[in-house]
Structures are given as C-alpha cells and as structure tokens.
Ligand binder design. Structure first.
Ligand code: 28G
Length: 663
C-alpha cells in the first residue's frame, strides 16, 4: 500500500522545503555539529518519553550504510488519525513542522509534553527515514524518502513512500527510528563515535536510571573514533546506566582527584515551576568545576541559575562559618571564590520558556531561575548542614575556604609589594637595605649577608656604586611547608622580595629585577649552610627564574688568613692552607676565621667582595633543587631521612657549599 504523491502532501512538502532552503535556521550549521544535531533531535524525543516515565531504555546504533537508528521502549508514537490534519500521529510527527525553527525563535520552550518536536526537521534533511511504532499489540511501519524533482530542479524531501503499514504483532511497545542524513545538505555525513558516546553518557547521568546503549556496527570505525583509545576499536557496545544520576556524575568527574569528603552532597527542590537538582563534592584542587544544564542542555556560559546557586552557597556557608566559630564577630565574610575552590558541582535545572543569551547562546537569561535556585539551594543546604552527621563535611569545607582566603590575601599583599617597588627607598620594608648609588641593573649586585655585624662590615667594605648590602638578622623562616602568605608575613623575606623588585609568585617578573647578581654571603659553618639552603629553597620555590637565568650566587669567604711579616695570604679550604703554609716557609701565623664578622672591611672587600679577587659560585637549578630537598630532609616531619642525612654529612667540608648539601 504505497501512498500517492497527492495534493494533500504538497502542503506538507512545502513545510519541509523551508527546512531544506535554510537548514542553518533549524540545526545551526551544515557542518559536523548540524549533522549530530539530527541525532540529538531524535534522542531528545526518546529521552522525553523516558523522563515522563514511559520508557527506561534507549538504544543508539551506528550502521554501516551511514544511517543511525534510535529505539526506545516507550509507548510508541500514536498511529490513530488526527481529525483536523487527516494524518496519522506518526505522519504528523515526521511531516509537520513545529512553529518556527529552534534557532530562529527567541524563546525555545522546554518540550515537556511537546513530543516529536524536531523529528520533521530530521526527516527533511535525510535521504530516507524509517519509523516503527509498537503499540496495542501491533507493529506499524512507515518510510519517507527524498527525490530530485526535474520540473523544479529541486530536491523534495520527507515524502511518505509508504503508508503507515501494520507489519506484525508484538507484546512490546516503543519507537524505532532509522535515518540516513542527506549528503547533499551536510559537508560530511560520518558520525563521530566519541562525541556521541560523550553526550549519551552525559544524558545518562542527567536522567538517572535510564539505560542508554551505544552500538557501533560500522566496519570502518577508526575514522571517527579516537585512535589512541585502543579499547574502543574492539568495543562495539557501550552501556550507560547511572542509578545515582548527578551523584554518579560528580563521582565520575572526581574519579582521579583527591576528594576531601567521600559523601557527595545532593540537593533537590522545586520553586515556581522550576525544578533543580545539584550534586557537590570538594577536592584538594584549587580550581572550581561547575557544570550546569537547563533541560539537559549544557549552559557552558553559566547564567542566572548558576548565579543563584553561587549566592546561596556563599551566604549559607558564611552563616555556618560564624555559627561554628570559624569567623568571629569582627571578621568579614569569606568570598564566594573561597567557597568554590576545589568544588566540583553539577547543576541541572528543568523549566519552561527558556531564554538563552551570550556569545554562544549557552547562558541562561531567565531571572526567575536566579531567585528559584537561590531559594532552593539555601533551604536544602541548610537542611543538609543541620543534619549533625554532616558536621564533619561542612567543617572541612569551611576550613578549606579559610585557607583559600588566606592565600588570596597573600597574593594581594604580594601585588602590593610589587606595586611599592617603584618607591623602594621610601618603603619601610627595605629599611635595612644599604642600596647602591648606581642605577644600572645589569651591573648591580646585592649581597645578602648573614648577621647584622657582618652586614655592617660589608657595608663599609663594599663599592657602593654597584654593591648593595642586605643584612639578615638570624635565620630566615624556613619556607618548607609554608604557604605564600606565611612566607610573606616573614619580615626577612618581605625585605628580600621588595629589594629585588620582581614581585613574587604569579606577579613575579624578572624584567623588574634590580640586580644582575644576588650573592648569598653566609658563614662557612653549619648555621651558614642552613641559611644558604633556606634562601636557595626560597628562590627555587618562589623565584625559579632567578636561578635559571643565572642571577643567584654563593659568595665564598676565606677560612684562614696566613701571614708572615707583611705578606698576607688567604685560604678557602684545608688543601689551600697546606699549600700556602708550604710556600711561606717557617715563621708564618695562621688565623682561622670563625665567621664573616671577624674580618675587617678591607679584608672582606679583598677576599670576598672585590670582583677581581673573590670566588663566587653560580647556583644552577640542580643545586637549588638539592637545597630544596635538603631543607625538606632537615626541617620536614620525617625523622629517619634527617638522621640518615646527618650521619652521612656530619663531616662538613667547610668550603664546598654544595658538598655540604649532599651534591
Ligand atoms: C526512537 C527514537 C525517538 C517517542 C512518543 C510517544 C508519544 C508521542 C512520541 O506522541 C504526540 C500526539 C498525536 C501527533 C504520546 C504516545 C502520547 C501517548 C505518545 C521517540 C503528536 C507525540 N502515547 N515516543 N510521541 N503526538 N519516541 N523516540 O521519538 O498527534 S516520540
């Protein structure tokens, strides 16, 4: 029983003709996105049937002839005749255009009952389409095709080439649709397996309990599968079924991350016809991963629903930060960003009359979604927190936010220091710095000197035209296990940072470095070694470029002074001492320097600071890494490596700074 091409159809064809004339208006593009859009139109209808509770299984099959088949186990598309249109339900679905194209209309309504929207568009852009509806114990089938019409020199598409035929009996119900995209419309009609798998998985997460199966029966699979996923080449059937829904989604995203609480927070509610589901879990990461959806459509640009969610999160967690005494009366609130550091969240909203905005039309614009989400999240989050079994989770989250706030404050301070570098001389922070008179950064040197007394000697002994002196009082803070904020709270490091002029961390800029050489001058004893290691670790961790660009040096001062009458010689190690004693012969006097401070300014200049005579060792990145490791061993929590180190390197060679670091 083949249906004739009659007058009644012409009206129908005209409708579908509009889609072929301007496909972009209905599916966006005729590129890969548009091609896949055809499949999503069909899959969406199956999802609707399932979301309304009539189906729980959807199967997508990529076939070798280039067509794709979608099946659901829903009620089946109605087959009875619509009295106004004088067409079967099936024919209505595949030949009647829904008013206005989706991409054309300002507001695209959430279907929620408007079944079959878009199926006619798919039909119009296909070479052929077959549909099977199983209902009332019977199997019905109809086929549509497109033809080239000589008279008009145009392709007419979506023409029923059969009537709705009864082809068998069955106990089952459901819909099966198979179609071949029209290669005269699309640039390339090959479907992308990975893109389809990704979207089907996402739909399975967003619609818990619906089993979605993807089969790939194409011979030439490699074309559209990621070559590096070797497993997938042999796997032709993938099943996506998540009974946990959004909770499973968050678990999937956090699979390879370190979570700070095992239980995933799940919030759900409805307000003014807007329903929302939210799943949240924090990880130890510093970034936020929030993914939102409206009617299963990803809203990558966010929008009002995300704003409402964020407002509620910040407000409620701040309230409890006070209630749990993390924030005192006079403390100001933590910021929204602080509460979102390390947050993984999925927001899924269902609503009508959706308005999309933004560059890529993926930003929700409806203001009622903001108020609804704010209200739902506030109520449900409080309800979650008030359950005392959740105290532990809530406290971990607040503690993480407090840490985040401290780091943020530290970064702000660091920027401030960078900003102040312009009027360094007037900055109180660098009060201890004896700067040089010359302004040429390419020749200037900064000596970081251990101790106030040696610092004083160096100030007197230096060439003030290009040598600046920064004395360090005592040992600088060990930066091991310290966050940037704690480092910046330390006066010694603040002084160093502001003397260098480079800023620190994210704000570090080597272009602003005021010295060509930074020379660490510490005593040749264990304390001195320690100070060197700490300073190198600091540069290594926070100003790596200083080292990689070769600006950091260790200054070596002599251990011995050997004199005989007016002849004076210096020795930097025991070997040199032996040699020089031998040379000098009888009647020599040896003085052993216990520290830099024992030298007078002239001696310090001659032996340690004068570029003509001095020995300085350029620090390379391996040295610094080694110093970093050494500091970890000496200062870290672990006792065993420390004991081992001390046993191995107890005998300090007093001149080779790197040997004492274990290099
Ligand atoms: C397999 C791939 C995609 C679908 C249904 C079920 C119904 C339906 C679809 O109705 C509305 C009404 C009559 C034309 C609705 C069945 C009410 C009662 C349905 C699908 C418009 C469409 N029983 N399942 N459409 N009709 N699955 N899967 O498309 O006039 S579409």
């Amino acid at each position: 029983m083949t249906k004739a091409y009659d007058a009644n159809d012409i009206k129908v064809l005209k409708g579908l003709d509009a889609v072929r004339m301007r496909p972009g208006m209905y599916i966006g593009t005729t590129g890969p996105r548009g091609l896949h859009h055809l499949l999503w139109e069909i899959v969406d209808n199956a999802i609707d049937e399932a979301a309304n509770g009539y189906a729980d299984k959807i199967e997508v099959t990529l076939l070798d002839d280039g067509s794709v088949m979608v099946e659901d186990n829903g009620r089946g598309i109605p087959v009875d005749i619509n009295e106004t249109l004088k067409l079967s339900g099936v024919e209505v679905v595949f030949t009647q255009l829904h008013a206005g194209g989706k991409f054309n209309s300002e507001n695209y309504s959430y279907s929620g009952g408007l079944h079959g929207v878009g199926a006619a568009v798919v039909n119009a852009l296909s070479r052929w389409l077959e549909v099977e509806s199983k209902r009332d114990g019977k199997v019905y089938r109809q086929r549509f095709e497109s033809f080239y019409d000589k008279k008009t020199d145009k392709v007419v598409a979506g023409i029923p080439v059969t009537g709705l035929e009864e082809v068998g009996t069955t106990e089952a119900t459901g819909t099966k649709i198979r179609f071949l995209p029209d290669d005269r419309i699309f640039d390339d009609i090959r479907f992308n397996y990975d893109a389809i798998a990704k979207r089907l998985r996402e739909l399975a997460f967003l619609n818990k309990g619906i089993e979605i199966v993807l089969n790939d029966l194409r011979k030439d699979k490699e074309d559209t599968r990621e070559k590096n996923i070797i497993d997938d080449k042999t796997n032709i059937r993938k099943v996506f079924l998540y009974t946990g829904g959004l909770i499973d989604f968050v678990g999937y995203i956090n699979e390879d991350k370190t979570v700070i609480h095992p239980e995933i927070i799940f919030l759900e509610g409805e307000k003014d016809g807007i329903s929302a589901q939210i799943a949240i879990q924090y990880t130890d990461s510093y970034t936020e991963s929030i993914f939102s959806y409206v009617n299963n459509i990803p809203t990558s640009e966010g929008g009002t629903h995300e704003t409402g969610f964020k407002t509620a999160i910040t407000k409620v967690f701040n309230e409890y930060a006070r209630k749990f005494n993390y924030l005192k009366e006079r403390d100001s609130n933590l910021s929204g960003e602080d509460f979102r550091e390390g947050m993984t969240a999925i927001i899924s909203v269902k609503m009508r009359n959706v308005q999309f905005e933004g560059q890529t039309k993926t930003k929700l614009g409806n203001s009622e979604a903001r108020t609804a989400l704010e209200s739902i999240v506030t109520d449900q989050l409080i309800y979650f927190i008030e359950n005392t079994t959740h105290d532990h989770i809530v406290k971990l989250i607040i503690e993480k936010a407090i840490k985040a706030a401290k780091v943020r404050e530290a970064a702000r301070k660091a920027r401030e220091i960078t900003r102040k570098k312009n009027n360094l001389e007037s900055a109180p922070l660098v009060g201890k710095l004896a700067s040089c008179t010359g302004r040429d950064a390419s020749v200037n040197e900064l000596f970081i000197v251990e101790g106030d007394s040696a610092g004083g000697t160096a100030k007197q002994g230096r060439d003030r035209r290009f040598q600046a002196i920064l004395p360090l009082r005592g040992k600088p803070l060990n930066v091991e296990k310290k966050r940037l904020d704690q480092v910046l709270a330390n006066e010694e490091f603040c002084t160093i940072i502001s003397a260098l002029g480079t800023g620190i961390g994210e704000d570090f800029n080597i272009k602003n470095l005021k010295y060509d050489k930074i020379i660490i001058l510490a005593d040749a004893d264990q304390d001195g070694a320690h100070i060197r290691a700490i300073l190198l670790t600091f540069f290594f961790r926070y100003m790596k470029e200083l080292i990689t660009e070769g600006h950091v040096y260790i200054g070596l001062s002599p251990l011995y002074k050997i004199s005989k009458g007016k002849t004076v010689e210096y020795a930097y190690n025991d070997e040199q001492l032996k040699d020089k004693i031998k040379k000098m012969g009888k009647g020599y006097v040896v003085q052993r320097y216990k520290g830099l401070g024992e030298m007078n300014p002239e001696q310090l200049w001659e032996t340690t600071m004068n570029p003509k005579n001095r020995s300085i060792v350029q620090v390379n990145i391996e040295d610094a890494a080694q110093a970093d490791k050494l500091v970890t061993i000496l200062m870290g929590d672990k006792v065993d490596p420390r004991r081992e180190y001390i046993n191995t390197y107890a005998n300090f060679n007093k001149t080779d700074v790197f040997q004492e670091m274990g290099v």
